[in-house]
Design a protein around this ligand. Structure first.
Ligand SMILES: NC(=O)c1ccc[n+]([C@@H]2O[C@H](COP(=O)([O-])OP(=O)(O)OC[C@H]3O[C@@H](n4cnc5c(N)ncnc54)[C@H](O)[C@@H]3O)[C@@H](O)[C@H]2O)c1
Length: 271
């Protein structure tokens, strides 16, 4: 899809990957609406990058509906909707130790927010035979995030939902992509300034992710992989699941031995 002249919405865009995608869409000539949890923060970003800012907590179905209704009433039909908001909950001990609130929040923000957005957008997109839904999941959903079962499971579900959207609505003229980055230097990994992040093969900037997202939209690529190497990890996992599990166990052990933790803020430097 051509980006110039389109109306685009990006969720969780006060900072990080969402902000970078919004900036790249604006540079490509789109009119962009960004939303995030705290109005003051999202408004500041909106002023800095030239986007309209709205407060929206995507873990609430009514908030997503209101936000979409507001954009459609005041700006116009949404052409591109990027569900990007996300968080890491972590797990205190074993793989089932994160409390139910973390599992529920992971499900709501990483999966249901995508469902609620699609539910409100699809009828109009199908009628217009046009529209693009882009869901930011993670390489953790294709592979696994060691030390964060709720994150991994919810991101895997997000990928599955994007596949269902693409299969069911390709013939309706609705485009779908799912974005699966590996490690990105954002606040999520403790980098409030991506330029201060260590130079590391596996760690890219939000701006680099945004570049691949824009390419993916223009090419209408379903699976957008900002780290190309993830494709070979996925092929390896599919070719021998047992060997892949053993490799992941080794990586977990290495993280515990070398850093004492499996937190993404530590483990990403071992990839
Ligand atoms: N940083 C990484 O290494 C990495 C890797 C793979 C995937 N991702 C995914 O990329 C997306 C963006 O992450 P990021 O790295 O920019 O993280 P980030 O923490 O810098 O930004 C996430 C943004 O989402 C917002 N948000 C969280 N919950 C929200 C809610 N309920 N409603 C509205 N906004 C909400 C936050 O306020 C924040 O502005 C997430 O879905 C994340 O899971 C990140």
């Amino acid at each position: 899809m051509e980006i110039s002249g389109k109306i685009a919405v990006v969720t969780g865009a006060a900072r990080g990957i969402g902000r970078a995608i919004a900036e790249a869409l604006i540079a490509g000539g789109a009119r962009v609406v960004i939303c995030d949890l705290v109005l003051e923060q999202v408004s500041k970003t909106g002023k800095e990058i030239g986007a309209t800012a709205i407060r929206c907590d995507v873990s609430k179905p009514d908030a997503i509906k209101d936000m979409i209704d507001t954009v459609q009433a005041n700006i116009g039909a949404i052409d591109i909707f990027i569900s990007n908001a996300g968080f890491v909950g972590g797990e205190p001990h074993h793989a089932a130790s994160a409390d139910d609130a973390i599992w529920q929040k992971s499900w709501d923000i990483h999966v249901m927010a995508h469902v609620w957005a699609a539910r409100n957008l699809l009828p109009d997109m199908i009628k217009r035979k046009s529209g693009y839904l882009i869901n930011v999941a993670s390489a953790a959903g294709l592979l696994s995030q060691i030390g964060d079962a709720a994150y991994s499971a919810s991101k895997a579900a997000a990928i599955s939902f994007a596949e269902s959207l693409a299969i069911s609505h390709g013939e309706d003229g609705v485009k779908v992509s799912v974005v699966c980055p590996q490690y990105v230097a954002s606040d999520m990994l403790g980098y409030s300034d991506p330029s201060a992040a260590p130079v590391h093969d596996g760690l890219i900037t939000p701006a680099q992710v945004a570049e691949t997202v824009i390419d993916g939209i223009v090419q209408e690529t379903f699976l957008i992989l900002p780290h190309e190497i993830v494709r070979s990890y996925v092929a390896h996992k599919a070719s021998d699941h047992d060997r892949w599990i053993k490799g992941m166990r080794k990586l977990r052990r290495k993280a515990l031995d070398q850093t004492g933790s499996t937190h993404p803020e530590k483990i990403h430097l071992l990839i």
